[in-house]
Design a protein around this ligand. Sequence first.
Ligand code: MRU
Length: 370
Amino acid sequence: MRVSGAHYRTIWPTSTGAVRVIDQSRLPFEFTTVDLETLDDAASAIRAMVVRGAPLIGATAAYGLALAARRDASDARLDEAAQTLQATRPTAHNLVWALERMRRALAAVPEAERAEAAYAEAARLCDEDAERCRSIGLEGLELIRRRAESAARPVNVLTHCNAGWLACVDWGTALAPVYAAHDAGIAVHVWVDETRPRNQGAALTAFELAAHGVPHTVIADNLGGHLMQRGRVDLVIVGSDRTTAAGDVCNKVGTYLKALAARDNDVPFYAALPASTIDWTLDRGEDIPIEERPAVELTHVTGRTAGGATETVRVVPETSPALNLAFDVTPARLVTALITERGICAASRTGLRSLYPDRPMPRSIAAARP
Ligand code: MRU
């Protein structure tokens, strides 16, 4: 996508073998990049959320393995590196998926050639991610177009967290249909949930949409239900960090409450995700690991002062404990449909299998079938 007229992806290798990423911890006030030189740099960037968003976490892990391989490409070292990367953030399935793909691709490659092969495979993974997200955009575009045909005003889309190009390699998941609609000349407006505690909506989604010229309004997380009651939301589109084989959608905490409000107000609720987010080994949303992050992300808020300094201030009494669970699960029954790179399907085992007949069924589901 474009920032100040230049085309950017979120991650790319440099000519010296480093991996350059946009430093998302500094957005929206500073657009800077940082070079990852080692496996530890890649792991720290994921952990500290310099890079974040499920598809980008996967892409960074893939390059993290390449960075490890250029120092030591032995099986033992790559196993250890994969474990280090996998331990960074537990919820996004794309992380596990990317590491498994890299290990499979490198298994048969002689040790001396592995580093080069790892960079090539990570680059392929990134290209495919961008292409999958572009396709998600085209699939979701039709939903927005249909809505626009029956509306005399811009289509109002509500989204939660950041599931745009910053969360992926390019295009985004939930925001890809919005960009496709905007680029096709359809009038679209986005309600952007601020997304406490880390404010990915207010900081990142708003930044992206502004950079692309898409009309949007940042709202407090708690406003969505009221806007839906007043008919001011036409559809909700969110991303996903892990979706089960039965269509339960795990996404940034607060997504479930939006789905409940959407159901109560007959507002369609869509989750947009590539195949790499689907965990075919799980059929129950309750089994998805939910990341607990440091309480300081909740007790403190970081922002920019009028004088241009970045400051972090405490907003919770010193003596109050805080619980910072980063994701929640929206049961499939509350999801109108899933928007994938292969098409739109019901959030169910049957729906997903109609688009992905080639994927193995989880043992528990297979056993339950006659
Ligand atoms: O904690 P984050 O910022 O990595 O969480 C990101 C999200 O929850 C996104 O909605 C998700 O990754 C969607 S995929 C683009």
